[in-house]
Design a protein around this ligand. Structure first.
Ligand code: NAP
Length: 299
């Protein structure tokens, strides 16, 4: 349980509602900022305005998937008010408090570092990234269905990158009955991809493996779908780039060649906000319980 743990949520979308629900169930003292347009109030949580005073007795601040923008603005879909997180807010936190977010921009990193407040970036954790790869891959499959006139079954799919997202993507496509080629850069990944029944190749040879591609799913966050690679694709290929902005595709050249290509960020929050919220809720509640146990032990 989280009895006696003080947590403040600032902004967020439908995902955050799942986290609030879980922490209220665990008996945390929950304060909500930026949820004023919610149709149903949360019983067991208190609403507040964004002010320095709120921060003084908190054990944790929970920010949305992207903590703040480059100017400290916090995205809050359930509020029409602007929320700006400032240095003055963070300076008021007790030293043991932590700030939780999906990923942090330099602005947030800088103000937390200045006041020695631990910043936890949940999307960097392996467990969160692996769980999130499930709605990401499902969302990518949805886009593939929307943007092609063929079934995934029987299609030739190329997946570049064999990390947390790439593996799940490749397995989902295999489950659909696609022929799945996987671009890897390490020999051990080549062997693992082979063992899993994919057709592995080294990403340095990508150009010679896209000649038959119906779909290409990129998870590599560097420019690897270059003009040369795109030039080797048939005109029917659809590129779904899952890597973080700006993606790994030469979108300008793809457009010039008439190849459909799209950057598809934030799929878990778009296609499965409830599941994505539960993933965050489960990890955050576990981390808060560990923090609370440490404080209880006087550490
Ligand atoms: P990951 O586990 O680190 O996997 C990245 C893969 O790319 C690894 O196999 C890595 O190879 C490979 N790679 C990196 N740089 C490369 C290069 N220059 N050439 C060839 N291969 C390279 O990351 P992840 O969790 O799967 O996430 C992948 C990307 O998807 C990230 O940008 C992430 O932000 C994004 N993402 C997007 C969504 C969405 O909704 N679109 C959701 C989740 C994640 P090594 O193993 O050899 O390093």
């Amino acid at each position: 349980m989280l009895t006696g743990t003080h947590v403040t949520f600032i902004g967020g979308d439908a995902r955050q509602l799942e986290v609030i629900k879980r922490l209220v169930e665990l008996d945390a003292s929950v304060t909500l900022i930026g949820f004023d347009n919610l149709s149903q109030a949360f019983s067991g949580a208190t609403s507040a305005e964004l002010s320095e005073a709120v921060f003084t007795e908190q054990d944790a601040i929970l920010l949305p998937a992207v903590g703040t923008d480059d100017n400290g603005m916090v995205d809050a879909v359930f509020s029409s008010r602007e929320l700006k997180l400032t240095e003055a807010h963070i300076s008021r936190l007790p030293k043991h408090a932590k700030v939780y977010t999906g990923m942090a921009k330099p602005y947030l990193k800088k103000i937390c570092a200045k006041y020695e407040i631990e910043l936890v970036e949940l999307f960097e954790r392996d467990d969160v990234a692996i769980y999130n790869s499930i709605p990401t891959a499902e969302g990518a499959a949805m886009l593939a269905m929307q943007h092609t006139d063929i079934t995934i079954h029987g299609s030739v799919c190329v997946v570049t990158g064999f990390g947390r997202t790439g593996i799940t993507m490749a397995r989902l496509l295999q489950g659909f009955g696609a022929k799945v080629l996987v671009g890897v850069r390490r020999d051990e990944h080549f062997a693992r991809a082979f063992e899993m029944g994919f057709l592995p190749f080294h990403t340095r040879d990508l150009q010679s493996h896209v000649g038959d591609a119906d779909l290409l799913f990129n998870t590599v966050p560097s420019l690897i779908i270059t003009a040369q690679v795109i030039a080797a694709m048939p005109p029917r290929t659809v590129i779904i780039d899952l890597a973080s902005k700006p993606g790994g595709t030469d979108f300008r050249f793809a457009e010039k060649r008439g190849i459909k290509s799209m950057l598809a960020p934030g799929l878990p929050g778009i296609v499965a906000p409830k599941t994505a919220g539960r993933i965050i809720a489960s990890v955050v509640s576990q981390l808060l319980m560990e923090d609370s146990a440490k404080r209880g032990n006087g550490q």
